[in-house]
Ligand binder design. Structure first.
Ligand code: C2E
Ligand code: MG
Ligand code: MG
Length: 695
């Protein structure tokens, strides 16, 4: 059937952005695709055209995907239609529910183009083979004895009255013969005749490693029943492959790609289940946060491959030394979460943590990995927190304690009054630094790689404490967020950054300024008024200020956060989705909020040295461009990475290849140097004048 005309696919998807993407993908794959925004319209068209394949979203208004499928099946049309359901929730329960409604396949959103392509190839094979069988059965009025397919005739009692040559050899294997009884597996067909049913029903006969499907084609006036067989071995294989592939996909969507242990999605599924079970059984549940000490140093000194191996080592060791009912997941970056259930008392946790820290350390002795240690912090349900979210926060506080106590140890959450003194000390120092405006901003250039010149800069907070030394933002930003300091901190950084922006504008540079925004800032009452006041004070054009939010901040779920985002967009500010691809990349988020820019996570750029890594980045770039977003890549260090990214269509690139983050004076020197090299064609001279050179 290769080379025959393209199959028609009906797709139903209520979300306009996803529908556009899906339609385009299907057309690119060579299908004739027809899209509908709800189940009613789709069903109407389906009845007229009867396309062989349907792809439908589960969640749609008016008529959802399951109901749509049920109605398609109820039509009982002569030719088979293959039904693929799309869903954001790929749990096993949903999978079975969908199958019970007559769905053939189940694809978790967001999906990769390759996944869809593979599924469609299998679907196509199955549909074409089914059609062939059905057509043959229908056209078969007479049964020539030399028909290569097995044909049988039987009476209503199940005795064989005729067998053609092809079926004789089969029957012999079944130790049956003319005059004898039909194989048991074919008897249900006689029952359908007895009930007077018209519909073509099939029964399978497995023989000599092949599977045959038999159907009743006619019943003579004297009650003899004709059974036509067809070799469906290839179709069965395709179905088995499909089931295996589907099971793999369900597993993979819950698995961390690097370590093979659970991912964040699995954790978010398991945590509420285990909390509920603990409540029912009157037992305790411990949530342990595990962090590799100085992971950044391992990456910097030995390279990311070694960093990855370290994570794999930790993930596997933890998994292998815990009970199967416990759950180990990668939470993100170098942080892992363990859920330990069925505890009688929290004291049981101490030897467990001790053993895990030691085992990981001992395992390093027999490996090629550099020596490293782990810090762990745990909190216990219901003693320390009543819900999963607070449990995680308390475990995080305990982890801070472990880090503050010199790392390579575990700490448990001991109640608010006993929060680590050293964390307390760090909080005091940070509060003082904020009060005294000692926090600074560094600026990392973002390059416009289409026109080969600086397009803007990202502001990155920096804190060098006279006593504690340099503390990286990855440490003090989460601390500030946890301790309610992020608002005053951001105010200091934002003010300094906007002030610097005014200065570069007064020197004639028209660059965008990207500011990282945390969710708490968005929901804070004075955030917008502060922002407008500062921007006015420095006379800055709104459309040159870009706010970056990360997918982890999940602003979607927060009504007030969304309102603020919309107000900012309405006021002309730009919005960027930062670190895209670092977590469970939410394609829904991209569709729901009118972002202007998509910033690809630096960790993915570093994985572009493998074909798979490159394909992932390519897919993200294509998606961003299709949605009309500016695509930015961050973390590019090598010339080769920059070249590949440019070829893929990335418009802006930020990374050490161009420049590390710079203090204000060095940024100005950098811009002057670029001007000397002709990167800025005409320095503007009026601050606030956005009609000057723009990028
Ligand atoms: P981010 O917003 O994704 O910032 C990019 C990070 O990647 C920066 O780390 C930057 O120095 C680093 N980077 C850029 N190019 C390269 C490269 O080529 N190679 C490597 N290895 N790294 C590169 P940094 O400054 O440590 O900031 C870490 C994170 O802290 C930021 O990630 C951001 O999420 C947060 N952050 C920093 N400043 C602020 C702030 O003022 N407010 C808020 N809310 N978050 C901030
Ligand atoms: Mg950022
Ligand atoms: Mg980023």
């Amino acid at each position: 059937m290769e080379g025959s005309k393209p199959l028609t696919i009906l797709y139903a998807e209520d979300d306009a952005v996803s529908a556009k993407l899906l339609g385009r993908t299907l057309q690119n794959l060579g299908y004739e695709a027809h899209g509908f925004v709800n189940g009613h319209q789709a069903l109407e068209w389906f009845e007229k055209i009867q396309p062989p394949i349907i792809i439908s979203d589960w969640m749609m208004p008016q008529m959802d995907g399951l109901e749509f499928c049920r109605r398609v099946r109820a039509l009982d049309l002569p030719y088979y239609t293959y039904f693929i359901l799309l869903t954001a929730n790929s749990s096993e329960t949903n999978y079975h529910k969908a199958m019970d409604h007559g769905v053939d396949d189940f694809l978790a959103k967001p999906f990769r183009r390759e996944d869809l392509h593979m599924r469609l190839r299998v679907a196509e094979r199955i549909v074409r083979q089914r059609w062939e069988t059905e057509a043959k059965i229908r056209s078969l009025a007479h049964f020539p004895a030399d028909n290569p397919n097995p044909i049988l005739q039987a009476n209503r009692d199940g005795a064989i009255t005729y067998a053609n040559q092809a079926s004789l050899s089969l029957l012999r294997l079944w130790k049956a013969d003319v005059g004898g009884a039909l194989p048991d597996s074919l008897l249900p067909l006689l029952a359908t005749v007895a009930r007077g049913e018209q519909a073509v029903s099939e029964a399978e006969l497995y023989c000599d490693n092949r599977t045959y499907s038999f159907a009743v084609t006619s019943v003579s006036e004297d009650g003899l029943i004709y059974l036509y067989g067809h070799d469906i071995t290839a179709r069965k294989r395709a179905e088995t492959d499909l089931i295996a592939m589907r099971n793999r996909a369900v597993m993979q969507s819950l698995q961390d790609a690097l370590t093979g242990i659970g991912n964040r999605v699995l954790l978010e599924q398991r945590l509420p289940e285990l909390l509920q079970k603990a409540t029912q059984d009157g037992k305790k549940l411990a949530l342990v946060l595990v962090d590799i000490d100085n992971f950044k140093d391992i990456n910097d000194s030995y390279g990311h491959k070694v960093g990855d191996q370290a994570l794999i080592h930790v993930g596997h060791t933890l998994r292998d030394h815990l009970k199967s009912r416990d759950c180990v997941c990668r939470w993100g970056g170098d942080e892992l979460v363990i859920l330990i259930s069925e505890l009688q008392h929290r004291s049981q946790m101490r030897p467990i943590c001790e053993r895990l820290i030691q085992t990981v350390k001992e395992g390093l002795g027999s490996s090629d990995l550099p020596k490293f240690t782990l810090s762990m912090g745990f909190a216990v349900f219901p003693d320390d927190a009543p819900s999963g979210e607070t449990l995680l926060q308390k475990a995080d506080q305990a982890l801070y304690q472990a880090k503050a106590d010199g790392r390579d140890c575990w700490r448990e959450y001991l109640g608010e009054s006993k929060i680590l003194q050293s964390t307390q000390h760090m909080i005091q120092r940070l509060t003082a630094a904020i009060d005294e405006s000692r926090l600074t901003a560094y600026f990392q250039p973002v390059w416009d790689v289409v026109n080969q010149r600086p397009a803007g800069v990202e502001s990155l907070a920096r804190w060098v404490d006279p006593e504690l030394g340099y503390i990286p933002p990855d440490e003090f930003i989460p601390l500030a967020e946890a301790k309610g300091l992020i608002i005053p901190l951001s105010r200091v950084v934002m003010r300094k950054s906007l002030e610097t922006m005014r200065d570069w504008r007064s020197r004639g540079y028209d660059l965008t300024l990207s500011l990282n925004l945390s969710k708490r800032q968005l929901v804070e009452t004075h955030f917008l008024t502060d922002l407008y006041r500062m921007v006015d004070e420095f006379q800055l054009p709104h459309d040159r200020v870009i706010f970056e939010v990360t997918e982890r901040q999940s602003i979607l779920g927060h009504a007030l956060g969304r309102q603020r985002i919309e107000a900012m967009i309405a006021a002309g500010f730009r919005l960027s989705l930062d670190d895209f691809g670092s977590g469970y990349s939410s394609f829904d988020l991209v569709g729901e909020i009118p972002f202007h820019e998509l910033k690809i996570y630096g960790g993915l750029i570093r994985k572009m040295n493998t074909p798979q890594g490159r394909r992932i980045v390519q897919a993200i770039v294509e998606m961003g461009l299709t949605l009309g977003l500016t695509v930015v890549a961050e973390g590019a260090e090598q010339e080769e990475e920059v070249n590949i990214l440019r070829e893929m269509g990335t418009q802006k690139i930020q990374g050490y290849y161009y420049s590390k983050p710079l203090p204000q004076e060095k940024l100005f020197a950098y811009l002057e140097e670029q001007t000397r090299r002709g990167r800025f064609s005409r320095p503007a001279n009026v601050p606030g004048a956005d009609k000057n050179v723009s990028f």
